[in-house]
Structure formats: C-alpha cells, structure tokens
Design a protein around this ligand. Sequence first.
Ligand code: APR
Length: 324
Amino acid sequence: MRRAKISIIGAGNVGATCAHWILTQELADVVLVDIPQFPGKDKDGKDIMVDNTMPAGKALDLYESSPICGCDCKFIGTSDYSHTADSDVVIVTAGIPRKPGMSRDDLIATNTKIVGEVAEKVAKYSPNAVMIVVSNPLDAMVYVAWKKSGFPTNRVVGQAGVLDTARYRAFLAEEIGCSVEDVQALLLGGHGDDMVPLARYTFAGGIPITQLVKPERLEQIIQRTRDGGAEIVKLLRTGSAYYAPAAATVQMAEAIIKDKKRILPCAAYCEKEYGIGGYFVGVPAVLGTNGVEKVIEIELDDNERKAFETSVQHVKDLVASVKL
Ligand code: APR
C-alpha cells in the first residue's frame, strides 16, 4: 500500500513541528520545503541567496528519531518543489512574522506574495492535493492560496478554529478541574480576536458549560482564548506559538488522509452557507479525503448571529486589503 504523502511548505517552527507530529502518528511520508536563505555569491560573484540545507537537516534529524518512536516515515528536506509531486496534503506555513516597524498591511503584502507563489507551485506539482493554510493573517492567506492555486473550494482550507478551540478547551478543563478530553467546544468566525465562542455549544462531559463555569469567569476565559496567540508571543519573545498550531494542523491532515469525516472548526469556503457570499470563514466542517466535504450550518440566536456577522465583516475587510 502506498503511504500517504504530506508536503510542508515552510520548514520553520510550525512546519517542522507538524512534521514531528506526523511522525509520531506514522501518518505519512513528509517533504519539508523552504527557501534558500543564506547569503552567498553566484558564479559571477553577484550576491544571491544560496542553497539552503536547513530543511534537509531537519528532515534527517526527524528520520533519525524514527527508530526510537517506532514509526516508519520517510523525510525529504529541500528547496526543490519537484520532490513534493503528488502529495495528498500540502500544509502551507511559509511566510514572515511581523517585524518591528512593520504595519499589518506590510505583513499582508509580503505574505500575500509568498503564499501566492507557494500556492502556484503546489498546484503545479500536486494538482489533486488538499491544501491546509496556516500562514497569517490566516483569513486572508487562505483566500490568496485558493485564488492562486485555482483549486476547487473544497480542497483549500485554513487552520484556525482547531487551535482556538484547543486553547479554549484547555483553559476550561483547567478551570473545571477535568480532563481536556471531556471538554467539547465550538467557535465560529475569524482567527484570534475575531473568534465567536458559543457557550450554548460548549460542554464538559455532556454538561452545558454554563452549569459549570460562572458567566464572568467564562468571559475571562474567552478573552484569554482570544489573546492566546499574543500570550505565547509575549512569553517566547522571539517568535509565535508552534506546538499547538502544528498539533491542530496535523489533526486536520489526519482527518483528510484517513477520510475520518471529522467535524472540525475550519476556515472553509462559504457561499450560500450562513449567507456569507464567497469567503473563507471559521465554521464547523466535515473533513475527509475530498477536503471540506460539507459545511455545517448551526442555529444561532440573535446575539450569536450578530457577533458572527461582525467577525465575518472583519474577514471581508481583511480580504479587501489583499492585492493579488
Ligand atoms: N517558500 C517556502 N518557505 C518560505 C517562503 C517561501 N516563499 N518564505 C518564507 N518561508 C519560510 C521561512 O524561511 C521560514 O523557515 O517559512 C518559514 C516560516 O517559519 P517561522 O519563521 O519559524 O514561522 P512559524 O513560527 O513556523 O510560523 C509560520 O504560521 O502560525 C503561522 O503566524 C504564523 O504565519 C506564521 C506561520
């Protein structure tokens, strides 16, 4: 039987950690792709970025750990997209983080260029893959990847909701004093600041969360979840979160590779769904071999709908600032 193949574009913290989670689950063979990034000279003495052995080093290091974890996965690290050919899933983490003095618009412009070029190459070498986009600002980058790949909407999906929900579930489990496994939650809308938590759809061991956590405490936990990314940045000082984002991404990849039909909160394309009209927004979606196989529309009360509409408007404003 052919083992599944996952290519990861961007072999930085999130990308390499995805590869590690994939290995521990023996989910797929992995190709790690990154760009040449060391200054050097071409044959005429001109300054260029020279070949980059970093992804090859990470790939070899991961492979050398495989006998210990008892998992048979192959790893390639490269700058050459031909190695990614015929991937089942491609995870896109390429991009740059915001640097001091850089506006949000500057970041969007830079990452639009990077993610756009990456998506074109992904489509060229793996025309049948499902692409999971992780690069930020997520709600805009998943749109860019869709436009530039020319993929059908079901084969492009953004990772945000699984991470936000995981943070929320972790904080709730800590508050209640129960297993993280027993907390089930649903968040809608954009990533981070824009997420819309739904207390009515949150349970611990089947018990509505409102019976276990007082409203003011729940509000504090929701705010901490919204600020979850910033909390980690503040602690790390030199980068952003990667263990939980990578775990979230690999859970989505697993659902696709194993055709599990998992219902996970993802940035999925919504046309008629929720009346959104052609944007990628965080909604519950069924993930299987064909990528997003269904967007599930849930009932919302007036307050929930209002919060969701505000979040969707932010996504639309963000996408409007993208210049393709
Ligand atoms: N092609 C391939 N890789 C690229 C490209 C490109 N065109 N441009 C940049 N990269 C690579 C960088 O060289 C770097 O190794 O993407 C990698 C990004 O890794 P990190 O800087 O370590 O960032 P990381 O923490 O992994 O975050 C990646 O995920 O969660 C989001 O906000 C986060 O947008 C960021 C992305």
